[in-house]
Write a protein that binds this ligand. Structure first.
Ligand SMILES: O=C(O)CCC(=O)CC(=O)O
Length: 389
């Protein structure tokens, strides 16, 4: 029985643009592709799907098979009158994508396989997980799954991101999740990989404990002419942890304008960090105040300051906040300093920590600028405490 999949279709730059289909992992919904969706839509139509049993798609009783999950995708393409697509699949979505490339090659322009496998370990582990989910629910698995989805460094750096994905896992239907575990327990494409003829890009996460670089290498070796890349650092959800590089790699693989897509991807990544550091209200105000004249500058800082530098894994956001406060104090830029003081307080930075930053800066950059910083912080703290900030 085919089910009608919930999906989101984002129009590309022109009606005749090609379509990329994004198919996600066990326990995800289509929002796991948010780091890619807007950026790719600069070049192609984007169709992000919820597999059956996931997101808003129907949840027929299990067990499911990968073939059934894949036939749902074909039915969706038929209903949208989309013929040939670029397939991008991660993990379970990668198994579905392999199935389509093997059994429906006429529908596949290119194939990108992320953090997936030709065989996912031993069946018993999946049948045990299916039983555990049916007994205790998806929320009971969330902590363990998140440890495999993101590296500890990313998890420490971005608690909001981890929380969003925790909700995604917990919101997945118990029966849908369990039935997809049963699909994974039977999946074995090893003897069929040589039937894949679509140009294939295979991407692994160096720190992925679920589908290791060795698992992905087996696929790359089995698909003639494929390209193999390992991203570092990245665990199982490499498209999130390495959002920009994955988007750029997909764009290049599907033959899109990598420059346009790359800039759009950097903008998206930057907007996510900017919102997490400065808060939604501030960013919404700034976007509302954007004019045709200021838009190029807004785009520039979003892509570079936020999408690139703030996004680097070498320092966490807390450390970068303290550095930013110290530097703005030292150079005496009161407007920016005020903004970062208020953002820091909203994010829960203690006034005592602010005082330490300004005292420290006074030693190395001079008392007058720290004096001004104390005055700004004093006002911001008072407004925060009185609720008028
Ligand atoms: O639960 C995990 O950490 C990995 C599950 C898996 O490999 C299948 C998937 O993510 O689709």
């Amino acid at each position: 029985m085919i089910v009608a999949l919930a999906h989101e279709r984002i129009e590309g730059p022109s009606a005749d643009a090609e379509t990329v289909v994004l198919i996600g992992s066990l326990g995800s919904d289509r929002s796991m592709w948010n780091p890619q969706i807007a950026a790719l839509s600069a070049a192609v139509h984007v169709l992000a799907v919820d597999l059956r049993g996931h997101g808003r798609s129907p949840v027929p009783p299990g067990p499911y098979s990968v073939a059934e999950l894949a036939e749902d995708v074909v039915a969706l393409l038929d209903s949208l009158e989309v013929n040939r697509v670029h397939l991008v699949g991660l993990s379970l979505g990668g198994a579905v994508s392999q199935w389509l490339a093997i059994h429906r090659p006429e529908r596949v322009r290119t194939l990108t396989l992320l953090c997936t496998s030709a065989k996912f370990g031993e069946p018993a582990q999946w049948l045990d997980r299916a039983a555990a989910v049916r007994a205790a629910g998806t929320a009971s698995l969330a902590d363990a799954v998140l440890e495999r989805w993101f590296t500890p460094e990313l998890a420490a750096r971005d608690a909001d991101l981890v929380e969003r994905h925790r909700r995604m896992i917990a919101d997945t239907s118990d029966e849908g999740y369990a039935a997809c575990c049963e699909a994974l327990s039977e999946w074995d494409s090893r003897s069929d990989l040589n039937r894949i003829t679509a140009p294939t890009l295979v991407i692994a996460g160096r720190q992925d404990p679920s589908t290791t670089p060795e698992d992905l290498k087996i696929i790359a070796d089995g698909v003639t002419g494929s390209t193999f890349r390992v991203l570092d650092p990245a665990a199982h959800l490499a498209n999130v942890e390495q959002a920009g590089p994955v988007t750029a790699a997909v764009a290049a693989h599907i033959g899109s304008d990598a420059y346009t897509v790359g800039r759009a991807a950097a903008h998206d990544a930057g907007m996510t960090v900017r919102r997490s550091v400065l808060g939604d209200a501030h960013v919404d105000r700034s976007i509302a105040g954007r004019t045709e004249f200021t838009a190029p500058f807004q785009d520039f800082i979003t892509r570079t300051a936020w999408g690139d530098i703030w996004n680097r894994p070498g320092l966490d956001h807390h450390t970068r906040r303290l550095l930013t406060l110290a530097i703005l104090t030292a150079v005496g830029n009161q407007h920016e300093l005020d903004m970062h003081i208020r953002a820091a307080l909203r994010a829960g930075l203690a006034p005592d920590e602010l005082a330490e930053v300004f005292l420290h800066t006074a030693v190395y950059a001079g008392v007058p600028n720290s004096n001004s910083a104390f005055a700004l912080a004093n006002a911001a703290i008072a407004e925060t405490e009185s609720g008028t900030s």
